[in-house]
Ligand binder design. Structure first.
Ligand SMILES: Nc1nc2c(ncn2[C@@H]2O[C@H](COP(=O)(O)OP(=O)(O)OP(=O)(O)O)[C@@H](O)[C@H]2O)c(=O)[nH]1
Ligand SMILES: [Mg+2]
Length: 219
């Protein structure tokens, strides 16, 4: 990295730190397509299988323990939850896929609302696709990648719970994923490695996402 690139990186990190230290409020939880919040701010959504750590990541990014509800039991988040970060960036915590405790009909409605949201949201700047660093992608994750490719929605893989992996394992998962991502046209090539629990990779992810916020001045 040149000195100039280092200075740019420091500015990105600082802006991310600043933005995510601002007020973040829960706005609305939608369960149906009709009740989605009207598109307004640039948005980042957090998607991935149940229990992968989406709500925990939203809390870690915003430095709040209880903004988004977290649970030991998969299927905790059952709505499309909209958060407003400083009036500059929308954060959207999605219900997980691959598991549900609710009745089938309700689950189908959520699934449909999520699909409509992911495919037709004009303000959606990026989807963070969360994948457990211990397990790598499963069939559902690959299907989601394919659907996002088709909808031309930019997405970035965020590995979660890296505190539970050893470096060689993490390296293997990352290498295999990079190979997979190279075959997906809407995928962002950079894989973020995080632990919401230990705060690892959180400043870097803040910088990455803050660059998408209104008036950030970053690309
Ligand atoms: N060790 C470790 N555990 C984590 C981490 N992030 C989340 N967890 C745990 O994983 C479980 C699920 O976390 P959630 O944030 O509720 O997961 P989610 O993806 O929102 O789940 P759904 O809402 O059910 O789709 C909880 O027990 C968390 O404490 C992490 O970085 N490290
Ligand atoms: Mg959740």
């Amino acid at each position: 990295m040149t000195t100039e690139e280092q200075a740019e990186e420091a500015r990105r990190l600082e802006f991310g730190r600043w933005l995510f230290a601002q007020e973040c409020e829960f706005v609305f939880g939608a369960t149906t397509v009709d009740s989605l919040l009207p598109p307004d701010l640039p948005e980042v959504a957090f998607a991935g299988r149940s229990n992968v750590g989406k709500s925990s990541l939203v809390n870690a990014l915003t430095g709040r323990r209880t903004l988004a509800r977290v649970s030991q039991t998969p299927g905790r988040t059952q709505q499309i939850n909209f958060f407003n970060l400083a009036g500059k960036l929308g954060l959207v915590d999605l219900p997980g896929y691959g598991y549900n405790q609710a009745g089938k009909t309700v689950a189908a409605t959520w699934g449909q609302a999520v699909r409509v949201f992911l495919k037709g949201r004009p303000t959606l700047r990026r989807v963070c696709l969360l994948i457990d660093a211990r397990h790598g992608p499963n069939r559902h994750d690959i299907d989601t990648m394919d659907a996002l490719d088709e909808a031309a929605v930019n997405y970035q893989v965020v590995l979660t719970k890296i505190d539970k992996t050893k470096p060689p394992e993490l390296k293997r998962t990352t290498a295999a994923l990079a190979k997979e991502l190279a075959t997906h046209r809407a995928a962002h090539p950079v894989i973020m490695a995080t632990s919401a629990q230990e705060g690892i990779g959180i400043p870097e992810l803040r910088a990455e996402l803050a660059a998408l916020a209104e008036g950030s001045g970053f690309r």
